[in-house]
Write a protein that binds this ligand. Sequence first.
Ligand code: APR
Ligand code: ZN
Ligand code: ZN
Length: 359
Amino acid sequence: MKAAILRAAREPLTIETVELDGPRPEEVRIRVAGSGLCHSDYHVMSGDLGSPFPIVLGHEASGIVEAVGSDVRGLAPGDRVVTCTSIYCGHCGDCQDGHNHLCSDKPVRPQPQTNSPIRQNGEAIQQFCNLGAFAEEMIVHRSAVSKLPEGMPLDVAAVLGCAVLTGIGSVTAGADVKPGSKVVVLGCGGVGLNVVQGARLAGAAQIIAVDLNPAKLELARAFGATDVVLGGEGAVERVIEATGGGADYAFEVIGIPAVQRQAFMMLRKRGTLMIVGITRMDAELSVPALALLGKEIRIIGSNMGSVPFQRVIPTYAQLYLDGRLTLDPLISQRIALEQINEGYEQLIAGETARSVIVF
Ligand code: APR
Ligand code: ZN
Ligand code: ZN
């Protein structure tokens, strides 16, 4: 099969032919239909997140089941599915507590994967997030798969696997935003637009989108933003003015400590700062300690939307089919695997929300 391979940080991806070995008993082989370009993969490309190489990136995908291992129940060839990086064991304390996205005993192949299912002339190629979705096919653990309802288009469904899950989940499950709240969202990329949309679904009264890029602010209105504010210097004051004293919730969906601090400064008393964006490995968050206690601020994080993805993805797909979830404007363009480097250049330049590779 064809796959986009990253051989070292700060090098372009190369389209190469590789072999796929499996599925093993607990695994599923999937023909990829759509694969979204998320900023998280770029953290590996840029070297902000360390990783073994060579690697097939990509973690936001949809596809059709081709084959299932002997221990897989409830899935069969032909099933239309979305995959997610949150694979889980089902029996550790975190899974038993209902937080399988935080599983402490993930059924992963040993890392780095010397026995990866992706091979090239006998050499192992790593699978990013246990998926490796920038490829024509994937072999994934059975717990990485969620079935789609009838009628859900596969190219659109791809973005459910990260942008929609992470964005909406961080609002509804992570921060548990209450109806009537004032919510500010810093960073309106693929994930941030879904935080905006999640706040709308949660019944927020005011949703303020903040971004450096005016085009992203316009897009945010289509997802439910009631106000838009240009980011950077002066953004804190503008949000405090727009909210009449500060927001109840501030979501940082970029991954920059200075912006996380700005988000903190935008909160009113008893407000909540929610960290969603992935930072560099060595980044630290710094906020004024006196304001933290004086205003009784809560600071929390959300990992992949803080939800059991297998349960919520079909629900999100159904909301889309019922016209209640906005997904079409999220997909700026559909591209071929060969256009992936250009697609990432456009993401970093802020020209696109999501590019989806269609196979
Ligand atoms: N202030 C406001 N907005 C900013 C700033 C800033 N200082 N810097 C960047 N932005 C905006 C960009 O203009 C862009 O619209 O943040 C947005 C980031 O969006 P994307 O690059 O599309 O990233 P996305 O895929 O949404 O992921 C966001 O969440 O999952 C993580 O790893 C991911 O850290 C990344 C974050
Ligand atoms: Zn577990
Ligand atoms: Zn992602």
